[in-house]
Design a protein around this ligand. Structure first.
Ligand SMILES: CC(C)(COP(=O)(O)OP(=O)(O)OC[C@H]1O[C@@H](n2cnc3c(N)ncnc32)[C@H](O)[C@@H]1OP(=O)(O)O)[C@@H](O)C(=O)NCCC(=O)NCCS
Length: 228
C-alpha cells in the first residue's frame, strides 16, 4: 500500500457555490408561482479532498459505476471503471494516488468526486508506451480516473480536481499530465481542451459497415413430381 493511503489528512479545501441542492432528475414543468431552478437560492458548501481509505472502497466503486454509466453507453473503448477486483488491487498498488472529493454539509460528507493518478505506468494490462515519454524527455503524471457526480457537474468540482492533480504534478517535478479520453466524450474533451490539454496520439476507432449475407440460403419452392 502506498504512503498516499495512510491517514486522512485534508490536502486542500475550496468553497463552491451551486445553484440548487442535489436532487434527482425530475421532468416536471415549474408551476407559475414556483421559481425555475436557475433562480433558486444558491447554496454554498465546502469541498474537501482526502486520500482514500480501505473502508471507502465499496462506496467509491459504486460512485464510479454511477458516474460512468452514461459515458459507457456511448463509448467503444474499454469501459470504466474496469472491474471491482482491479479497483481493489489498485488500492494495494504502490505509487497510485486515489483522492476523494467530498462536500461537508450539516455534519455529513457526500462523495462528489474521485481522482486516480500515478507517476509511473501501472498495471500489466496498460497499453501506454513508456519509451514514447522517455524519448521526448517527458516526465508525466498519468491520470487514470477523473470523475464528478452527475448531479454536481458544471459548478467547479472538476476544475478543483484538475487543480489538485496539477499541484501534485508540480510538487513531483512532472513535465506533463497525461490521460486518455474517448473522442466522443464531448463534455470531458471540452473540459480538458479548456485546460490546455492537447492530443499526443492519433488512436481513433474506425468502423466500416460490411454488407452482411446470410450464412444459410433462403427457402426454395419445390414442386413435387406428379404421381401417376
Ligand atoms: C469531465 C468532468 C470531470 C468535468 O467535471 P465538472 O465538475 O463538471 O467540471 P467543472 O464544473 O469544473 O467545469 C465544467 C465546464 O463545463 C461548463 N459547464 C457548465 N454547465 C455544465 C453542466 N451542466 N455540466 C457540465 N459542464 C458544464 C463549465 O462552465 C466548465 O467550463 P470550462 O471548462 O470552460 O471551465 C465531469 O463532467 C465528469 O465527471 N464526467 C463524467 C466522467 C468522465 O467523462 N470523466 C473523464 C474521463 S477521461
Amino acid at each position: 500500500m502506498s504512503d498516499d493511503h495512510a491517514g486522512e489528512q485534508h490536502v486542500k479545501r475550496s468553497r463552491i457555490r451551486r445553484s440548487r441542492p442535489s436532487g434527482k432528475a425530475i421532468a416536471a414543468e415549474p408551476s407559475a408561482n414556483e421559481c425555475p431552478p436557475e433562480a433558486a437560492a444558491s447554496e454554498q458548501f465546502e469541498l474537501h479532498v482526502r486520500r482514500i481509505h480501505r473502508r471507502d472502497l465499496n462506496r467509491v466503486w459504486n460512485f464510479l459505476k454511477l458516474v460512468f454509466r452514461d459515458v459507457n453507453r456511448e463509448t467503444v473503448e474499454y469501459q470504466r471503471p474496469r472491474t471491482k477486483q482491479r479497483f481493489v488491487d489498485t488500492y494495494e498498488e504502490e505509487g497510485v494516488s486515489q483522492l476523494l472529493f467530498e462536500i461537508h454539509r450539516q455534519g455529513k460528507r457526500e462523495l462528489v468526486g474521485y481522482a486516480e493518478f500515478a507517476y509511473e505506468i501501472v498495471g500489466s494490462d496498460n497499453w501506454m508506451n513508456h519509451r514514447y515519454f522517455v524519448k521526448r524527455n517527458m516526465r508525466p503524471l498519468f491520470v487514470e480516473e477523473l470523475a464528478v457526480h452527475p448531479d454536481y457537474h458544471g459548478i467547479g468540482i472538476g476544475s478543483f480536481i484538475a487543480e489538485q492533480i496539477e499541484h501534485a504534478a508540480r510538487l513531483r517535478g512532472c513535465t506533463h499530465i497525461v490521460l486518455e479520453v474517448a473522442a466522443n466524450n464531448e463534455s470531458a474533451l471540452a473540459f480538458y481542451r479548456a485546460r490546455n490539454f492537447q492530443q499526443i496520439d492519433a488512436a481513433i476507432f474506425l468502423a466500416k459497415k460490411v454488407t452482411v449475407e446470410e450464412q444459410l440460403l433462403p427457402p426454395r419452392t419445390i414442386v413435387s413430381r406428379q404421381r401417376t
